[in-house]
Ligand binder design. Structure first.
Ligand SMILES: [Zn+2]
Length: 389
């Protein structure tokens, strides 16, 4: 009995440190992989467990990310209660065998208790490892593998180390640039680790559309340089953070102070290009919201000073896509990425928000349509001399 108790205690210690350990009744929880997050896993009854979903630091935007794998010798249903502490459940649990194909748990498979801030998941476990996460898992290795593939298909894209992260990892950018082309767009994605729907799925679809073989895409690439930061917060993504980088800072509140290496890197890169004579004409920053999809745009006073790319682009989207664009305005004073591009370079810019649980095919389609219509709009503006300065 004592041995059993000590073993169980050891398991809990290992589990809370993120190590893979077997529980006493053959149910194994694994939190050792990149992006994993689950703490203090505890057995409360036969096949019943409880665990904490804790943020990396506080104060923090309430976006409780969790990710773990679970397996057992015998096939059975395991009940796991996620305790969010002072926060509320946000993301519908997704499950996968291979970290590539994911399905949302249906409503019969999890029960929310908003009074006690918990979600109880009913998981069909077996000897095959089942991944469970708040959204599809996309580690830095996943995004970098996608970048390698794109660069393989388009050798004219340069992949470069634009800077270092807080944890001293390489932070990568994709650069598509022609020497005699001045007009540029900038894409920034995934400042916030859990925001896979817009920040990764939508962003990738948007980017792939810019590099498709359509006539508009080919013409666009000959007339606009494309500077891209596909995963601005790789440390946060691999740590399974709710929101912050490895210093506990929300990167999308750091575009006035530039206190972090990740935001400073984009500033140095873009300002270096501007010094070389390049002109930033448009910027997009890809995110996800529980109330998305929508687009954050310039406030109305500042919109009057522009070449009206944003209203023309939105009109084009609305005429060809079933879901109308929801526009939200924010003050230009906020330290958000898109405000930096307008305030410093006069470039029109938006925050692109998709929705937490929006159908993934719809997210991909939105990325494609928004990219096509932006290319058309920018090409028309350029031909009409809107960028003559
Ligand atoms: Zn965000």
């Amino acid at each position: 009995m004592l041995t059993r108790y000590l073993l169980s205690l050891l398991c809990l210690v290992f589990l809370s440190q993120g190590c893979k350990q077997q529980n006493t009744d053959d149910v194994v929880f694994d939190t050792s992989f990149a992006s994993a997050r689950l703490a203090d896993i505890e057995k409360t009854a036969n096949n019943k467990f409880k665990a904490n979903v804790l943020p990396e630091s506080e104060p923090i935007n309430p976006s409780p990310w969790y990710a773990f794998a679970v397996q057992a010798e015998d096939s059975k249903t395991v009940q796991l209660t996620l305790d969010y502490g002072e926060y509320q459940h946000r993301y519908v649990p997704k499950v996968s065998w291979d970290q590539l194909h994911w399905t949302s748990l249906d409503t019969a498979q999890f029960v929310l208790d908003t009074l006690n801030h918990t979600a109880t998941l009913f998981l069909e476990v077996s000897s095959r490892k089942l991944y469970v996460a708040a959204q599809e898992i996309e580690t830095s290795a996943d995004t970098y593998a996608w970048m390698e593939k794109i660069v393989g298909e388009h050798p004219e894209i340069e992949q470069l180390v634009a800077g270092k992260t807080v944890l001293d990892k390489d932070n990568l950018a994709l650069v598509h640039e022609l020497t005699d082309v001045e007009d540029c767009i900038v894409l920034v994605a995934r400042q916030h680790p859990p925001e896979i729907p817009g920040g990764t799925i939508g962003f990738k679809s948007f980017y792939e559309t810019l590099f498709s073989n359509t006539e508009i895409a080919k013409a666009f690439r000959e007339n606009f340089n494309i500077y891209t930061f596909p995963l601005l917060n790789p440390d946060g993504a691999d740590m399974g953070n709710w929101r912050h980088n490895a210093n506990g800072v929300d990167l999308n509140r750091d575009w006035i102070d530039f206190s972090q290496p990740e935001t400073q890197m984009v500033k140095d890169f873009v300002e270096g290009k501007v010094k070389q004579g390049k002109k930033i004409r448009f910027a997009l920053d890809f995110h996800t919201s529980h109330s998305g999809p929508y687009i954050l745009v310039l406030d109305s006073i500042n919109e009057l000073k522009t070449a009206a790319i944003i209203p023309d682009w939105i009109k084009k989207i609305d005429s060809s896509f079933s879901a109308k664009v929801e526009v939200r305005r924010r003050s230009q004073e906020l330290p958000y990425c898109y405000n930096y591009f307008f305030n410093v370079f006069g470039a029109e810019s938006v925050t692109y928000e998709d929705g937490d649980e929006t159908n993934r095919d719809t997210i991909r389609k939105r990325g494609q349509v928004y990219a096509e219509k932006l290319m058309q709009t920018l090409m028309t503006k350029q031909k009409n001399g809107a960028f003559s300065n």
